[in-house]
Design a protein around this ligand. Structure first.
Ligand code: SF4
Length: 109
C-alpha cells in the first residue's frame, strides 16, 4: 500500500519524522493493519490552521497514495504532549476532499 504522510509544521523544528518512517517500513504501530507501506510523500500541514493539508493530501493521492496518514504530532501532540487544536476540522476536510476510497490513519506511533 502507498501512503502520504502529513505532519505538524510546528513540530518540524523538534522532530525529523524518524520513527514515522521506521514504523511505516516495518508495518508496526499504526501500520499493523496495513502491513509495511511505501511512503510517496511526507509533507507538513502547511502551518496553522492547517488548510493546506487538504490540497496537499489530494496532491499525494493524485501521485499514487492509497492512504493519508496524519503523524502523531497532530492528534497525539508528540513529542511534547501538545495536540493540534485544528485536527478534527483538518481531518474532516481531508476526508471530504480525498473521498471514501482513500484510507485515513490518524496516528503513526
Ligand atoms: S495546524 Fe496543527 S498540525 Fe498544523 S502547524 Fe498548526 S498545530 Fe501543527
Amino acid at each position: 500500500m502507498k501512503v502520504g504522510i502529513i505532519r505538524c509544521q510546528l513540530t518540524e523544528d523538534m522532530c525529523p519524522g524518524t520513527v514515522d518512517f521506521k514504523v511505516a517500513g516495518e508495518g508496526t504501530q499504526a501500520f499493523e493493519e496495513t502491513g509495511p507501506v511505501e511512503i510517496v510523500g511526507f509533507l507538513s500541514c502547511g502551518g496553522c490552521s492547517g488548510k493546506k493539508a487538504v490540497t496537499r493530501a489530494k496532491m499525494m493521492v493524485d501521485r499514487g497514495a492509497e492512504g493519508i496518514v496524519f503523524a502523531s504530532c497532530m492528534k497525539k501532540g508528540n513529542p511534547i504532549g501538545y495536540p493540534c487544536p485544528h485536527f478534527a476540522a483538518m481531518k474532516a476536510a481531508v476526508e471530504a476532499k480525498v473521498g471514501p476510497e482513500v484510507k485515513i490513519i490518524d496516528w503513526t506511533h
